[in-house]
Design a protein around this ligand. Structure first.
Ligand code: ADP
Length: 245
């Protein structure tokens, strides 16, 4: 069970998270929706401490951390980060490494696997995301959809307990969105625990076990996709969802 409770986060005077509670069971998919600027990405980045909360608690993969404004020991940050893998909007692949090199990197540097072991597992992951034939290609030789699939393989390479996706398709041309969503759907069906920020409402409805709607730094709605998308009576939720009709 992953639990974030009472999370607060400000950037200077701007309060971005105003007391957020989230729980997620192993093997489940949590999708975060909501208007731009509502705090979705900040919340997602708290799961792996790319943003450190000012206040609150995080419990993930057997690690429990409390935040009170003091600087955390680096080992705690690294320990938590190793439990997670992250996929960014803009792929963030290493440009000077091939697809295979990108997927191997974390296994060699973080997990200390031998190059042979890392290469074997990286190739398996590239097969899984449908890119076995692109192992030796550099990012600039790949389409956005292919780069994002490499990024997913890379995020999985260190065998994280939780995968985090920050608007994984919003930088893609529309015709490339489907191939990335297909890979994420397959991971969901295999029981990968995931938190996904997305504006793809149909995908959100399909893949989420729990849907969270954020607005103004708080969770305004939480439930199954059907509850949130079809049975909400919250005016702000309805206003937001109307944009996608
Ligand atoms: P969303 O993902 O819902 O669009 P974000 O979490 O990205 O929202 O941002 C919420 C608010 O916090 C926005 O007003 C954004 O400008 C601000 N913000 C996010 N990150 C930073 C940062 N590192 N420094 C200052 N302000 C930030």
């Amino acid at each position: 069970m992953i639990r974030l409770s009472g999370l607060h986060k400000s950037f200077g005077p701007l309060q971005v998270l105003k007391g957020v509670d989230v729980t997620l069971e192993e093997g489940k998919v949590l999708v975060i929706i909501g208007p731009s600027g509502s705090g979705k990405t900040t919340l997602l980045r708290c799961f792996n401490l790319l943003e450190v909360p000012d206040k609150g608690d995080i419990s993930l993969g057997g690690i429990s951390l409390s935040f009170d404004g003091k600087k955390l020991p680096k080992k705690d940050v690294l320990a938590l980060r190793q439990k997670t893998g992250m996929v960014f909007q803009s792929y963030n692949l290493f440009p000077h490494m091939t697809a295979l090199g990108n997927v191997m990197e974390g296994q060699v540097t973080v997990q200390k696997l031998s190059k042979e072991e890392a290469r074997k597992r990286a190739l398996e992951l590239l097969v899984k995301v449908g890119l076995a034939d692109k192992a030796d290609s550099y990012p600039h030789q790949l389409s956005g959809g292919q780069q994002q699939r490499v990024a997913i393989a890379r995020a999985m390479a260190t065998e994280p307990e939780l995968l985090l996706f920050d608007e994984p398709t919003s930088a893609l041309d529309p015709e490339l969105v489907g191939e990335v969503l297909k890979v994420i759907r397959e991971l969901a069906s295999e029981g990968m625990t995931m938190v996904i920020v997305t504006h793809e409402m149909k995908f959100a409805a399909d893949v989420a076990d729990t849907l969270i709607m954020m607005d103004g730094g708080v969770i305004t709605e939480q439930g199954t996709p059907d509850q949130v998308l079809n049975h909400s009576s919250n005016p702000r939720t309805l206003q937001f969802l109307n944009r996608f009709v």
